[in-house]
Design a protein around this ligand. Structure first.
Ligand code: BG6
Ligand code: MG
Length: 211
């Protein structure tokens, strides 16, 4: 890796503790559809778009639904998810997230979001960190879901940087793959067992904050 000039952050599970609410909302839908769905199954949905997540859930249950019904189910899940996060404040930021963003800004590193979520902008605003981003690439701006590298390549382009000048911060297997396919250095947030393809793994951004 060249010196880090750009940092590209996934949102859910990296900056904010929303991964649990995505899981709870998918779990509620799975229960309603009679699909057995565990937290281990949920690893496959992390980082993946809403459309693809539902497809995976239906595949797990061996159930087929037409596009109209799928769109109704996605809306149902998203409404439950939005109800879970409606009163979200800065308290839901993961440990060290804001401090690390501020540290990078002080070091002159450009910052982008690289998230599959279509709810990203409203979440960043509720968390009071929207202003810290030079670029935001979210689920409304990409055609191909992670593990496709599109989201990260667009983020680098938006920052005016080459892929190998950017570092990706990701908690999902699909996101780590996307970052590697984009030709970027990837810092996994989680455990080595969960994210074996990451270049390095930390438990949380708090480990990267200089004291
Ligand atoms: C990703 C999450 O960041 O965004 C996934 O890891 C989620 O769990 C995806 O499905 C899409 O998010 P949203 O908010 O558009 O449903
Ligand atoms: Mg994530």
């Amino acid at each position: 890796m060249e010196a880090m000039k750009g940092a590209i952050f996934d949102l859910d599970g990296v900056l904010v503790d929303t991964a649990k609410y995505h899981y709870l909302a998918w779990k509620k839908l799975a229960d309603q559809l009679g699909i057995d769905f565990t937290e281990a199954d949920n690893e496959q949905l992390k980082g993946v778009s809403r459309v693809r997540s539902l497809e995976i859930l239906l595949e797990l249950g061996g159930i087929e639904k037409d596009e109209l019904e799928q769109s109704r189910l996605r809306e149902l899940k998203n409404n439950w998810y939005l109800a879970f996060i409606k009163d979200m404040t800065e308290k839901e930021l993961l440990a060290g997230a804001k401090e690390y963003l501020l540290q990078l800004r002080e070091e002159g590193v450009k910052i982008s979001l690289g998230s599959a979520s279509k709810n990203a902008i409203s979440i960043l605003k509720s968390l009071n960190i929207y202003e810290l981003f030079d670029e935001i690439i979210d689920g409304t701006k990409v055609a191909n879901a992670k593990p496709d590298p599109e989201v990260f390549l667009k983020a680098a382009e938006g920052l005016g940087l080459k892929p190998n000048e950017c570092v990706v911060f990701e908690d999902a297997q699909a996101g780590v793959q996307a970052g590697k396919s984009a030709g970027m250095y990837v810092v996994g947030i989680g455990t080595k067992e969960n994210l074996p393809e990451a270049d390095e793994v930390v438990a949380g951004l708090y480990q990267l904050v200089k004291s």
